[in-house]
Write a protein that binds this ligand. Sequence first.
Ligand SMILES: NC(=O)c1ccc[n+]([C@@H]2O[C@H](COP(=O)([O-])OP(=O)(O)OC[C@H]3O[C@@H](n4cnc5c(N)ncnc54)[C@H](OP(=O)(O)O)[C@@H]3O)[C@@H](O)[C@H]2O)c1
Length: 224
Amino acid sequence: MKTVLITGANRGIGLEFAKQYDAEGAEVIACCRHPEKAEALAALDVRVERLDVTHDESIARLAASLGDVPIDIVISNAGVYGPEEQSTERISPAAFLDTMRVNTLGPLRLAQALKPNLLAGREKKLALLTSKMGSISDSSGGFVAYRASKAALNMVAHTIALEWKKDGIMVALLHPGWVRTDMGGPGATLSPFDSVKGLRVRIAELSPKTNGHFVDYLGREIGW
Ligand SMILES: NC(=O)c1ccc[n+]([C@@H]2O[C@H](COP(=O)([O-])OP(=O)(O)OC[C@H]3O[C@@H](n4cnc5c(N)ncnc54)[C@H](OP(=O)(O)O)[C@@H]3O)[C@@H](O)[C@H]2O)c1
């Protein structure tokens, strides 16, 4: 049986990952900021852990609670869209940095802390939820904090893919599509179910050949 750890698992795409891996029979470690409020997770057969990806102590507490448990797949999903005001003329530097703390540094810190667990796992897969909005070649401007945080995440993830392949760890950079969640909004084109169904296939087929590639939920390559 495989073990899958998911961040931001209390709602949206993260919750759907928890549901689908649980239904498949995997051991799911569902991380969220407020386990006491995570009613949807309580209805599943999953282990719930407290985690705020912006706090070193929170990450250290999670690592201590996990100990040397092997983890096959880490899904770094937690993310924010950033402040309302994201024009290059008016965005606040503090709000810009807050966005980077969650979307860019959070996944890096998590990967650092859980590398021993991944090394102990059989599959050794790190999947990061990034976004097409982090693609410089595809950008139409706007949303500078979100775009910059995901572009920087892409570089972090690509660098981990290059540096950790000697350890047998593989990295997937995944764009989920435009998904109907709190972040994507009600007008988004995809259900969480269909997005995650595709993303799980991408994670299952991750291999040394596709290590470090930036793809969408259907496996289509996205330009940097
Ligand atoms: N939806 C889309 O169309 C879309 C498109 C492209 C990429 N993505 C990416 O996909 C991922 C999931 O998006 P979503 O649509 O499911 O978003 P969402 O519905 O807004 O959910 C975001 C999740 O991240 C968690 N989170 C936020 N800050 C956190 C922190 N500091 N520590 C730990 N958890 C934190 C939230 O927890 P709380 O409930 O505690 O706030 C929540 O569980 C994100 O990385 C997003 O950028 C989404």
